[in-house]
Design a protein around this ligand. Structure first.
Ligand SMILES: [Zn+2]
Length: 590
């Protein structure tokens, strides 16, 4: 009986073999065994996953061929660039073989090399459209001797299994000779693997911080939703960042990027185990692998996740209160320097996320990042709920309610749910606030919300302009752009990461990177910088505006009431109190 059931499920299963024989030269050989219905079936390569950007993964697919159970070639026809029609007559097994050019290191792409293989499986695996919700399995073949495997999936006899295609691709993948450690939290194995940049990380320290983050976030959510969790760290050069999966994350920290902070990336990606992976907007489901799923909720899914990264670090003792306040003040400074904050609402920025591939859209006078505005709104929400509830409730109550009412019941939330649950937590209707925060363009009334916690915003004029760019020393000793702050002066002038700085106002720049940063910061009027990038030399005109010399700080309000003190304590200590403090909040309502 058991055997019969097992054989039945095997017959229905779509099986992949990923052959690593030519991994060293960047090529993966994929074989998929599946079943076609009478009259044929369709195969699809996702055009996107997780990053809210269409990336047309079919561009990496080569030498695509299909055969039947007797190994006879079956003809196929392309319907759209990412979809094939397989022209079988009878129902039965088909074998699909193709190669994938895996040359994109980092958490978002697929990379195969002589030292390691790291995969975003959506970029590698074509799926049979009619069987997307049936079981799938995956096996690797011809791994170099001594390599290990890290995936957040169950494996039986070397095969990783999942109940659907969406589940199969929902895992980081790393194969190689990497550092590997683990600990247990609440009975769940938590695994940490890291590789690259020898000497640029300490696996024990990574595990230590990961443990604090796992414990703190789980305590905030009063929940441990995963059976196990996998942290994959890449310490390679390339774009820094992280990608979230249901039971794991893949994080890249380039050794030359001094501004990249492993612990805030870790906290952000880990909190996604709730927000977006389980607490998920209906608008993202089912995922449409042929085109964008537009959603008004990315400010919550991404921006509020960034606010939680700060809360986790603060509560876990991985950052201090003054650094937390400095971070929030920097968000405000960045927002105030982005003119599009006055033109584009937070919800619009979420829906338009898919346009971020276009440089013209990314101009700071056209769009404002939903990461930035969403993180700000997260803080305003927390302060507002604490204010109206006398610090008896907070944004944590909204998160836990979303978790209980939606995630744990296998439901996705509708966009209105956030406002409804936030109003419940505050004990009053917050539609006016939500109108102001997410449905109309800025500005935000900073002082109104900071005052809830007994703070106010202070504006400071700096002598030097803040370029909003970090530099590093390139191999040829030139100063090279490491990162560009969105919306900053350098972003407006068109600097890109990787640009090598050749000259300042026609004077050659042949000094150490640190001195170059100093030189650039000293100019208060317009100047030009000549840069070298892959496409050739460019002359970039830097035109500082008044705003580039303005920085904001959060300082104490003149008088602080007991209610303000309670809200401040709650915001910074991440606690609530059982009894109301001070006057009834409604008496102070504004
Ligand atoms: Zn994220």
């Amino acid at each position: 009986m058991l055997a019969a059931v097992y054989a039945g499920s095997l017959a229905a299963e779509t099986r992949y073999d990923i052959d690593l024989a030519d991994a060293a030269s960047g090529l993966l050989h994929i074989e998929m065994e599946t079943r076609c219905e009478a009259g044929g079936c369709e195969l699809q390569m996702p055009v996107w996953n997780a990053t809210y950007q269409v990336r047309d993964f079919v561009q990496f697919v080569e030498d695509f061929r299909v055969s039947d159970h007797a190994n006879h070639i079956v003809s196929t026809r392309k319907l759209i660039p990412s979809r094939w029609r397989v022209n079988t007559v009878d129902p039965g097994l088909v074998r699909v073989r193709y190669d994938v050019r895996a040359n994109r290191p980092g958490p978002f792409g697929a990379y195969a090399g002589k030292d390691y293989v790291s995969l975003n499986l959506a970029q590698v695996l074509v799926y049979p459209v009619s069987r997307r919700r049936a079981p799938f399995s995956l096996r690797f073949r011809n791994e170099p001797r001594g390599w290990r495997t890290a995936l957040a999936l169950e494996s039986h006899g070397g095969r990783f299994r999942a109940a659907s295609y969406d589940e199969l691709i929902d895992t980081p993948v790393l194969l190689g000779d990497f550092d590997d450690t683990k600990f247990t939290y609440s009975g769940r194995p938590i695994r940490i693997v890291a590789h690259g940049g020898r000497g640029s990380y300490d696996i024990a320290e990574l595990a230590d911080k990961a443990r604090t983050i796992v414990e703190t976030a789980s305590a905030i959510m009063d929940d441990v939703p995963f059976p196990s969790y996998l942290f994959v760290y890449h310490f390679n050069e390339g774009p820094g960042g992280g990608m979230e999966y249901r039971n794991g994350t893949s994080i890249q920290i380039p050794p030359s990027c001094t501004a990249c902070d492993p612990k805030s990336l870790t906290a952000h990606e880990f909190f996604h185990a709730w927000n977006v992976k389980r607490i998920r907007p209906q608008s993202l489901e089912p995922i449409d692998f042929t085109q964008p799923n537009s959603t008004p909720s990315l400010w919550f899914a991404e921006g509020v996740t960034s606010a939680y990264a700060q809360y986790i670090l603060l509560k876990g003792g991985l950052t201090g209160e003054s650094r937390f306040l400095d971070h929030f003040a920097k968000l405000i400074t960045r927002y105030e320097r982005t003119p599009a904050g006055r033109l584009q609402s937070v919800e619009e920025a979420s829906v338009e996320a898919w346009l971020e591939r276009y440089p013209d859209y990314r101009r700071p006078d056209r769009s404002v990042s939903y990461y930035l505005s969403g993180e700000i709104v997260g803080h305003l929400l927390d302060l507002t709920i604490r204010h109206y509830s006398g610090n008896r409730r907070s944004l944590d109550d909204v998160m836990r309610a979303l978790n209980e009412q939606y995630a744990k019941r296998g439901r996705y939330y509708e966009a209105e749910a956030i406002e409804r649950l936030a109003s419940n937590a505050a004990g009053r209707d917050l539609s006016t606030e939500f109108d102001e925060w997410i449905r109309t363009p800025g500005p935000f009334e900073w002082d109104r919300y900071l005052e809830y916690a007994g703070y106010r915003l202070e504006m400071k004029l700096r002598e030097k302009v803040d370029l909003g760019l970090s530099l590093r020393r390139a191999a040829n000793d030139r100063a090279e752009v490491a990162s560009v702050e969105p919306g900053g002066l350098a972003a407006r002038a068109g600097f890109l990461p990787g640009d090598q700085l050749l000259a300042l106002d026609s004077e050659p720049l042949r000094v150490p990177a640190k001195k170059v940063a100093d030189l650039l910061g000293r100019s208060s009027g317009p100047f030009t910088v000549e840069v070298k990038r892959e496409s050739g030399r460019r002359s970039l005109a830097v035109k500082p505006l008044m705003g580039d010399t303005i920085v904001y700080r959060i300082v104490d309000a003149r008088a602080v009431s007991p209610l303000q003190r309670a809200v401040r304590r709650g915001w910074l200590k991440r606690t609530v109190i059982e009894d109301a403090v001070g006057a009834a909040p409604s008496a102070r309502a504004r």
